[in-house]
Design a protein around this ligand. Structure first.
Ligand SMILES: O=C[C@H](O)COP(=O)(O)O
Length: 244
């Protein structure tokens, strides 16, 4: 069964997400973009407040976009405490350039002893790179996913970049999402789907047999469904109940 990932921006929100039963606590600052990175202080504070009885919750950090990581930027040591790191593709529109940049970033993190278990690459379905990957032939896509695994990328999240222009299913068909999840599994990549998803979309996807490792949410877990509002524990509980 897919597990529940909830993106939070503060300690208060982390408390709500944990109370609601999230499986992955993903730290992200929505004002900084779709994969906006929170400050090291916020990350440290949230990591430090996870109660011992919830120590099995996976800690995830959004790193922003590849272009945010200039060659001289050192990753903060706090990132070594994360179980999952996720980075967006930035402005890359070609697969080769994206892979090169991703590989360089993963190596840099390894060099700085940020040896997280899971390094997840993110693509946006509503961008040229996302569309290119979604529309690849089955063989080409599977080969690409194997290539990602070979550069120590451990998972792939398909999300949306523009959070006000419709959800993931507006940009990717069920056939494409099913193939995406199947190919991730075949290439030993963790699969994740997100992008302004609400319960009814997730219901449709699951009924069509689309079962990624993680479904990621922020908007649907926020008060009034607005991404910059606070996470509501009851809404997280509803999502959790459904995925159980
Ligand atoms: O990684 C998951 C995202 O934070 C999902 O956010 P969203 O539901 O607002 O698109």
């Amino acid at each position: 069964m897919p597990q529940l990932l909830i993106s939070v921006r503060s300690s208060i929100e982390a408390t709500a997400a944990i109370a609601g039963g999230c499986y992955v606590l993903d730290i992200k600052e929505p004002e900084n973009g779709p994969l906006g990175m929170a400050s090291a202080d916020v990350i440290t504070q949230i990591f430090g407040q996870i109660p011992p009885e919830h120590s099995d919750i996976l800690k995830s950090v959004a790193l922003g976009e590849l272009h945010d990581w200039s060659a001289d930027r050192r990753p903060d040591p706090i990132l070594s405490q994360a179980n999952i790191l996720k980075v967006g593709p930035g402005d890359f529109e070609d697969i080769a350039g994206w892979i090169r940049s991703l590989k360089a970033l993963i190596h840099r993190f390894q060099h700085h002893q940020i040896l997280t278990n899971q390094f997840i690459a993110v693509i946006y379905a509503d961008t040229p790179l996302g569309q290119l990957i979604l529309s690849q032939s089955p063989n080409d896509q599977l080969q690409l996913f194997h290539e990602l695994r070979a550069i120590s990328c451990t998972g792939l999240l398909i999300d949306t970049q523009n959070k006000t222009a419709g959800c993931l299913t507006k940009y990717a068909t069920e056939t494409q999402l099913l193939q995406f999840c199947n190919h991730c599994q075949q290439a030993n990549l963790t699969s994740a789907l997100a992008g302004s998803l609400q319960l009814d979309e997730v219901t449709k996807l699951m009924n069509s047999g689309i079962k990624p490792n993680y479904f990621g949410f922020r908007s649907a877990a926020c008060v009034s469904g607005i991404r910059t509002h606070e996470i509501d524990a009851e809404l997280v509980r509803d999502l959790k109940r459904y995925l159980r």
